[in-house]
Design a protein around this ligand. Structure first.
Ligand code: ADP
Length: 397
């Protein structure tokens, strides 16, 4: 069974075609600058050279037309006919309270996804466009939506209700939703495998540390808390996002003449590691600057490590213990120094890192010593594969 996984942004579209008998990626690629000048599609068939198509793409359907043609092209294609695509999985940002698991896309589900745009104005409209375009190009092929929020729907009310007047939740659905759910779920399941345990017996803290970053408490396979909130702005310090700050800073800055739009932009695009360091939003640049003696770059990293550590501690308390801590995403998978800095403050959990294993990159492994009471793991995330697995399961029904 072949599953195509699609991830649409407002002006981009990423795709992967997977053969689910082996879970091998047959081809993957990326369309960028959709609807703007300089549109381009990069198509990479596994085992063959990358092909680049530069041509105007007015919308997501234009981009998908190129992708479909590339997939069946005699030279750089990987299937003979589009009929070999058995199902399509779509990454969707927000599932609100309407979705608590991946779902088959019915007309009602698609309407719901569009209505949830209020909660994810940058993402859900693009996701819905991608679904509609695929439905046109592949009529009759089952479509599945995999959401960034659904894994967190098992949180108890005490974790997701904000202590605002309760009507704010009832009227506007203001609550903690959490994001990166597909990634947290993927690495939690993979960690259980790596530990040779059933996930139902484990208390895990999953740390998705990339440009966007979040931590989740996964007790017996279910998420019970996570650091992102109504939006992905909450929680940790991130590449350009501030994470948790005193909410009173916003009216304070309004009093100083900043508009709400200015502050929103400041908190989302000019804060975090970029805002503190003044160097870059990219952790590699900031690590290099800190190594070269830049004090603010070091401070930006110290804040990041401190917040991750503090959140892990909070989730150990929330779960009354922990068996494993998992690092994933760009920084989590690649930066041994960051992992060491975070774990350095977690000796009370009996953590002992194996320095040699911690210096490795890119493979799923336990990086703590055999004596370490809490296991520490690096697991490369694979959101596309997780969505493809769900898509296959739902399409087969
Ligand atoms: P996103 O998907 O949210 O854009 P990623 O998961 O790709 O983010 O993570 C990107 C971040 O990971 C960047 O800040 C990048 O600098 C960081 N990163 C990647 N490789 C390394 C590395 N070897 N050392 C430190 N940071 C790294």
């Amino acid at each position: 069974m072949n599953v195509l996984v699609i991830n649409c942004g407002s002006s981009s579209l990423k795709y992967q075609l997977l053969d689910m008998t082996t879970e091998a990626v047959l081809a993957k690629g990326l369309a960028e600058r959709i609807g703007i000048e300089g549109s381009v599609v990069e198509h990479k068939p596994t085992g063959k050279d990358k092909v680049v198509f530069e041509q105007p793409l007015k919308d997501h359907k234009d981009a998908l037309d190129i992708v479909m043609a590339a997939l069946v092209n005699p030279e750089h294609g990987v299937i003979k006919d589009l009929k070999e695509i058995d199902a399509v999985g779509h990454r969707v940002a927000h599932g609100g309270e309407a979705f608590s698991a991946s779902a088959l896309v019915t007309p009602e589900a698609l309407k719901e996804i569009e209505e949830l745009s209020e909660l994810a104005p940058l993402h859900n409209p693009a996701n819905a466009l991608g679904i509609r375009a695929c439905m046109e190009l592949l009529p009759g092929v089952p479509m599945v939506a995999g959401f960034d929020t659904t894994f967190h729907q098992t949180m108890p009310a005490e974790a997701y209700i904000y202590p605002l007047p309760y009507e704010m939740y009832e009227k506007f659905k203001i609550r903690r939703y959490g994001f990166h759910g597909t990634s947290h779920r993927f690495v939690a399941l993979a960690a259980a495998d790596l530990m040779g345990e059933k996930i139902e017996n484990l208390k895990l803290v999953t740390c998705h540390l990339g440009n966007g970053a979040s931590v989740a408490a996964v007790r017996y396979g279910k998420c019970i808390d996570t650091s992102m909130g109504l939006t992905p702005l909450a929680g940790l310090e991130m590449g350009t996002r501030c994470g948790d700050i005193d909410p009173a800073i916003i009216p304070f800055l309004c009093g100083k003449g900043y508009s709400v739009e200015d502050i929103d932009k400041m908190m989302n695009k000019e804060s975090g590691v970029l805002g503190v360091s003044g160097v870059s939003s990219d952790f590699r640049d900031v690590e290099n600057a800190a190594d070269a003696g830049n004090k603010r770059a070091q401070l930006a990293l110290d804040i990041f490590h401190y917040r991750v550590k503090k959140t892990i501690g909070a989730y150990v308390a929330a779960m009354d213990g922990v068996d494993g801590i998992i690092f994933t995403a760009g920084l989590g998978e690649n930066s041994g120094t960051s992992r060491a800095a975070i774990c350095n403050g977690l000796k009370y959990l009996g953590i002992q890192l194996d320095d040699e294993k911690n210096s490795k990159r890119g493979e799923a492994m336990i990086i703590s010593t055999p004596e370490s009471r809490t296991k520490v793991m690096v697991i490369p995330t694979n959101e596309e594969l997780m969505i493809a697995r769900d898509t296959m399961a739902l399409a087969k029904k």
